[in-house]
Design a binder for this molecule. Structure first.
Ligand SMILES: [Mg+2]
Length: 258
């Protein structure tokens, strides 16, 4: 099925319906708010996105649900007043998730050993999960295969693919969909808009809540369960602008009624 463009004129009413409800705006970070770059450490929002998001947070409760460690994500959102930052694909913070730390630590020696044999492969210890990056590898297919094989050998794990990364999580770890639901309830919002670009975001897209959850994928994909899309990451600015317009002057409540 072809995904519908959320920024098309005909779908403006869909955005409006959500914008005028008690909505939580939730965003993935990499590939969504910030462009994908070769070195994940260098992934930052464009100044225009940063400025727009800052304004959007003054009109909507906003959350970021990222695969990054929570502290890492927080550092990249400095100056932006989001009400919630969730890291590690939804499991940081999560009640009782400390038990995962020990499990994850046990995986590291084998993965680090493997990385030594694969040039351009880097193991990122995120405390509650591990990301094995291979964007800098010159033999990406081979690297990916070797990483996946090693991940399966670790025992019961959940593997989430991504853009030049293999994410390894405890098999029973809470995911982004659960994190979004929890944050929406905690913040007393009736509805949510979620924007993401990758495999890990499918945990949100798969939640089937017509009228309550608006799912937007960055980049159209036939395999994705998201209902709407942005054509590319650059369109995030346009989406933020439209959301701002829909709550211009803080009159949305009255206008929604009339
Ligand atoms: Mg992403």
């Amino acid at each position: 099925m072809t995904m519908m463009r959320i920024l098309s004129k005909t779908n403006r009413s869909v955005l409006q319906q959500f914008a005028w409800s008690s909505v939580l705006l939730a965003f993935d970070y990499d590939g969504t708010l910030a462009p994908i770059v070769t070195d994940p450490k260098q992934a930052f929002m464009r100044p225009s996105t940063h400025a727009l998001l800052e304004q959007v947070t003054q009109r909507y409760p906003c959350a970021v649900i990222s695969g990054r460690a929570q502290a890492d994500a927080r550092e990249r959102l400095q100056g932006v007043k989001v009400v919630s930052i969730v890291g590690n694909h939804g499991l940081e913070p999560w009640e009782g998730s400390e038990r995962f730390v020990k499990e994850v630590r046990g995986w590291l020696p084998a993965l680090q050993q493997l990385a030594k044999t694969l040039p351009g492969v880097r193991v990122e210890d995120k405390n509650f999960s591990v990301a094995v990056h291979y964007r800098r590898s010159r033999a990406k297919k081979k690297a990916r295969r070797a990483i996946l094989k090693a991940a399966v050998g670790l025992g019961p794990v959940r593997i989430i693919g991504g853009k030049a990364v293999v994410n390894i999580l405890p098999f029973d770890a809470p995911h982004k969909g659960m994190a979004l639901e929890r944050e929406r309830a905690r913040l007393h919002c009736d509805t949510a808009i979620y924007v993401g670009d990758d495999e890990t975001d499918e945990d949100v897209f798969t939640l089937d809540q017509p009228g309550r959850l608006l799912t937007i994928r960055v980049g159209s994909s036939a395999k994705s369960l998201a209902t709407y899309c942005l054509l590319n990451q650059g369109e995030i600015d346009e989406l933020l602008k439209v959301l701002l317009e829909l709550r211009a002057g803080g009159e949305h409540q009255q206008r929604a009624g009339g």
